[in-house]
Design a protein around this ligand. Structure first.
Ligand SMILES: Cc1cc2nc3c(=O)[nH]c(=O)nc-3n(C[C@H](O)[C@H](O)[C@H](O)COP(=O)(O)OP(=O)(O)OC[C@H]3O[C@@H](n4cnc5c(N)ncnc54)[C@H](O)[C@@H]3O)c2cc1C
Length: 345
């Protein structure tokens, strides 16, 4: 198996939703699993650094670019392994568009990811940071993850319980140079009603109480409408969506560190999750804060946006300003959610 021809564009800016990032030394698009493994393992054997890219929606890449092989994951396929009264086991190739997977699930009555509608990127990236929104996380429906282990040079399949899932993290994210996700198998319930809605804003949009169910189609539509109102659905004409979504995760801190009046979501380990958006706003950075090149989205105070013509360094400068403002005001250190490549806060 030979590595596929390099794709025409070698600029990371063309592969990321921030539309930022300099040139890649090499760029390979892998359209099937064998070429994905070959592209990564041949680079590993030659000592060439590898950056795996899906939809580029959680990546901040340095203006200098990437001095190695960028491997773009484009393997497709969705295999409905079993569709019985026990539920549906569905194996999804890493390069599938995540939102297409959600749309298919809703259409076919596979329950459990409808609240994850509208999240950009590929299916294979969803276990990396245990993607979540509106009260659902992929870890609730992932049955197993098939990976290429770059260290052991072989295919390894991880049962959900071994994936180390946590809030926006997993064993794959904690060990970033090691695993390439080839496919993920989900186990869905079957039916027309979505899973119980756990997020108050979504329940209210659906006119139900938190914990009640609604038709999965309605849940998807309500989530998409909420996300659009916050510029959290990609739209090339809308600069408020030229972002990585939330730039910071919600801090999880001891209860006595949660500022007075801040949202507080108690966690099973006794710590409390609070809202990064609230902290940023209360530290004086309102929606739209910034300049004509880089600023907070006018509809979401957690999204750092490129207004066109920005540089990665300018994005990082604004993120640093937010981080130190929150640190000074509340003594809480915000942690970036997107993966930083060749750069740091
Ligand atoms: C407008 C907007 C809204 C968003 N909303 C949400 C949200 O509600 N919830 C949420 O959790 N996230 C959200 N995100 C972040 C992002 O969409 C998700 O993290 C998504 O899963 C990233 O997928 P991707 O294919 O774009 O990954 P990329 O950005 O291409 O990659 C992200 C990381 O995963 C690695 N990676 C990608 N594919 C693979 C693979 N097959 N194997 C191994 N490593 C891989 C990359 O190397 C990189 O480290 C949002 C982003 C944007 C721009």
């Amino acid at each position: 198996m030979t590595v596929p021809d390099p794709a025409p564009s070698t600029t990371l800016a063309s592969l990321t939703t921030l539309r930022l990032g300099g040139p890649a030394a090499e760029l390979v698009e892998a359209h099937d699993e064998a070429s994905l493994i070959e592209a990564v393992s041949s680079a590993d054997a030659a000592g060439i650094p590898v950056l795996v890219v899906g939809g580029g929606s959680n990546l901040v890449v340095a203006d200098e670019g990437y001095p190695g092989r960028v491997v773009v994951v484009r393997n497709g396929g969705l295999d409905d392994e079993a569709d019985t009264c026990g539920g549906a086991f569905v194996e999804v190739a890493a390069g599938e568009s995540w939102d297409d997977v959600v749309a298919t699930a809703v259409e076919r009555g596979w329950v459990g990811i409808e609240a994850l509608s509208g999240i950009p990127g590929t299916a294979g990236a969803t276990p990396i940071q245990n993607v979540g929104a509106y009260g659902q996380e992929v870890s609730q429906t992932v049955a197993r993850v098939r990976t290429w282990d770059r260290k052991l040079r072989g295919i390894r399949t991880w049962a959900a319980g071994d994936c180390g899932f946590g809030y926006r993290t997993s064993r794959f994210k904690r060990d970033p140079e090691r695993f390439v996700v080839l496919s993920t198998t989900f186990q869905f319930g079957l039916g027309d009603l979505g899973a119980p809605v756990q997020y108050a804003e979504l329940a209210s949009a659906l006119g139900i109480a938190t914990g009640e169910r609604a038709p999965a189609r309605d849940v998807r539509e309500a989530v998409l409408a909420l996300r659009r109102s916050k510029a959290m659905v990609l739209d090339p004409d809308d600069h408020d969506t030229w972002s990585t979504g939330s730039f910071f995760t919600n801090p999880v801190v001891p209860a006595d560190q949660v500022p007075e009046g801040a949202p507080a979501w108690p966690q099973p380990d006794g710590l409390v999750k609070t809202s990064a958006a609230w902290l940023i706003e209360q530290a004086g950075f309102t929606k739209g804060y910034g300049n004509e090149r880089v600023r907070l989205s006018s509809r979401h105070s957690l999204a750092v946006t490129n207004r066109g013509g920005a540089t990665t360094e300018e994005v990082l400068d604004l993120a640093r300003e937010l981080q130190s403002g929150v640190q000074e005001r509340f003594g809480i250190t915000l942690v970036n959610e997107p993966v930083l490549v060749g750069c740091q806060l």
